[in-house]
Design a protein around this ligand. Structure first.
Ligand code: MG
Length: 460
C-alpha cells in the first residue's frame, strides 16, 4: 500500500506533490480517525501553510470535528498547549526544516505527542479506502480561536530551569530563528532568563529570505559571524518549526546536535542516578560512554521522533535525543523542543559555571560522516536482504537498517530513507579519516547491492 506519512508526518510541494484536494481528504481522514472530536490546530510561517491549514481544517469540520485554532506557533508550543485544552488530537501544519516550497501536516494525540506508526497506518487506511465519516449539513464543526498559548509555553519552559542562576551570568545570546516561528518564543524565553538578546533573521517570512529552514552548518554562516560580531557567549539556531536547536559556542564554533545532546545527557544523568536516554541508532556512541560513566542507560530505537517519544512514554525516560539537534526533555514534554533545549543549555552552563566550549571539551568526541546512495523505493527491501548477506563485523544490529560494529569503536549504519529514494550511509570513528574510509567502503557496497537488486528485477 502506498504511504502518506513519511518519517515525520505528511510532506510535499504545495500544488505539486501535495495538493489542496489531498489536504482536504487528509482532514476527512484525520477527523474520521478522531471520531469528530475536538482538534487543536496550529501552523508554521510558510507561505503555503495558511492554504494547507484551511484545507485540512475544512476536512476536519466536515467530519464534525470542532477546531481550536492556535494560529502561528512553533511545533513544541502547539504540542505543549494540548494539555491545557482537553483535546482529542492535534494537527500541526508544518514542513519543519524542508525547503520553502514544501508544506506538511503532523498528527498528534491528546497529549501532543505524534501518533504512533500503527495509528498513522489506520489514518492511511481511512484515506486510501475513502472511508470518510462526513456528517450531515447541520452537524459540521466550528472553529474557535485559542489565545495565550505562547505565554503558557514560555512559562512552562522557564519553570524547568533555575532562572536566578542563569540570570546571574547575564549571557549574551544571538538567536537565529531563520525567519521561522521561533521568533515568537526563543527571544522572549532568553529575555526572561536575564540574557542580553540579539536576533538575526528574526521576522517570520515564509519565503525564508535569511537562510534555508534547515539549521545545517552551510546555512548558519551568518549566525557564526554574528556571534563573533557581538562577542556573544552563545548562538542558537532553530529549524523552521522550532523543535530543533543548534548551538555556536563563545569562540564562534558551531557544534553538531549530538554534541549538545551529549552535554544534556551528561547533566541529566549526573543529577538523576540511573536516568534513561532514548535515542535513534544513528546517534554517536559518545552517549553510551557517558551513560556508563554516569550510571545511566541508553535505549536505542529506530530513526524518527515518533519512536523516541513513544519509547520515552513507555519507559518514563528522562531524556530523548537525536543527532540533528532535537532534544526531548521528559520533565517538560516527551517531544523535541528547541526552546526548552536552549533554556536547558543555559541552565547547565550557569550551574556548572562554564562556557559552552569548556562544557563540551570534557565529553567524548567522535567523527560522523554521512553519505547518500540513490536507490529506487521499489528495490529498497531487496537491497537490505542483499546487504544482510554481504556485511560482517564484530556485531550486526537490526533495529533500523543494518548497524555494523567493528573493533576500535567504529560503526557504520546503512538504512533506507523513509522519505526519499535513497539509502543513507552513516559512519562513526575516532578520526575523520577512519569514518570517511568506512563510509566510502559501504557506499560502494550499497551501490553494488542496488545494481544487483535492480538487475534481479529486470530478469523477472
Ligand atoms: Mg522541525
Amino acid at each position: 500500500m502506498s504511504r502518506l506519512f513519511g518519517t515525520n508526518g505528511v510532506r510535499g510541494v504545495l500544488n505539486q506533490t501535495l495538493t489542496v484536494t489531498t489536504l482536504v481528504k487528509l482532514g476527512y481522514a484525520v477527523g474520521t480517525y478522531f471520531k469528530g472530536g475536538k482538534i487543536l490546530v496550529g501552523r508554521d510561517g510558510r507561505l503555503g501553510s495558511p492554504i494547507a491549514r484551511n484545507a485540512v481544517v475544512s476536512g476536519l469540520l466536515a467530519t464534525g470535528c470542532d477546531v481550536l485554532d492556535l494560529g502561528l506557533a512553533p511545533t513544541p508550543t502547539i504540542q505543549y498547549e494540548a494539555r491545557f485544552q482537553e483535546v482529542d488530537g492535534c494537527v500541526i501544519v508544518t514542513a519543519s526544516h524542508n525547503p520553502p516550497e514544501f508544506v506538511g501536516v503532523k498528527v498528534c494525540g491528546p497529549d501532543g505527542v505524534e501518533v504512533r506508526r500503527e495509528e498513522e497506518a489506520e489514518i492511511e487506511d481511512i484515506f486510501f479506502g475513502e472511508k470518510f465519516n462526513l456528517v450531515g449539513w447541520d452537524r459540521v464543526g466550528c472553529v474557535r480561536r485559542v489565545s495565550g498559548a505562547i505565554e503558557r509555553y514560555i512559562e512552562g519552559v522557564l519553570k524547568q530551569v533555575n532562572r536566578e542562576e542563569i540570570g546571574k551570568r547575564r549571557f549574551r545570546v544571538v538567536v537565529d530563528p531563520g525567519n521561522g516561528v521561533t521568533a515568537l518564543t526563543t527571544p522572549y524565553i532568553l529575555r526572561k532568563l536575564g540574557c542580553e538578546v540579539y536576533t538575526i533573521n528574526g521576522h517570520i517570512d515564509g519565503s525564508f529570505p535569511g537562510r534555508l529552514p534547515e539549521p545545517s552548518e552551510e546555512n548558519l554562516g551568518s549566525l557564526v559571524e554574528a556571534v563573533k560580531a557581538f562577542d556573544a557567549d552563545l548562538g542558537v539556531a532553530h529549524d523552521g518549526d522550532g523543535d530543533r536547536a543548534i548551538f555556536v559556542d563563545e569562540k564562534a564554533v558551531l557544534h553538531p546536535g549530538d554534541r549538545t545532546l551529549a552535554l544534556v545527557e551528561d547533566y541529566v544523568m549526573s543529577i538523576t542516578r540511573g536516568a534513561t536516554l532514548v535515542t535513534p541508532v544513528s546517534t554517536s556512541q559518545a552517549v553510551e560512554e557517558i551513560a556508563e560513566k554516569r550510571g545511566g542507560r541508553v535505549l536505542w530505537v529506530r530513526v524518527g521522533s515518533v519512536d523516541v517519544s513513544w519509547t520515552m512514554k513507555a519507559t518514563k525516560a528522562e531524556l530523548g535525543g537525536e543527532e540533528n539537534g532535537g532534544v526531548f526533555y521528559g520533565p517538560h514534554q516527551p517531544v523535541r523542543d528547541g526552546g526548552m533545549t536552549t533554556a536547558l543549555i543555559l541552565h547547565i552552563l550557569a550551574v556548572r559555571g562554564e562556557t559552552l566550549s569548556e562544557a563540551l571539551s570534557t565529553l567524548p568526541a567522535y567523527r560522523i560522516v554521512k553519505r547518500k546512495v540513490r536507490c529506487p523505493d521499489t528495490v529498497k527491501d531487496k537491497v537490505l536482504k542483499i546487504l544482510e548477506e554481504k556485511v560482517s563485523g564484530e556485531r550486526v544490529e537490526k533495529i533500523d537498517g543494518l548497524k555494523i560494529w567493528f573493533k576500535g569503536r567504529r560503526w557504520v549504519l546503512v538504512r533506507p530513507s523513509g522519505t526519499e529514494p535513497i539509502y543513507r550511509v552513516i559512519a562513526e570513528a575516532p578520526s575523520r579519516r577512519e569514518a570517511e574510509s568506512l563510509a566510502d567502503k559501504y557506499v560502494a557496497l550499497v551501490n553494488e547491492a542496488v545494481e544487483e537488486a535492480s538487475q534481479g528485477k529486470f530478469n523477472l
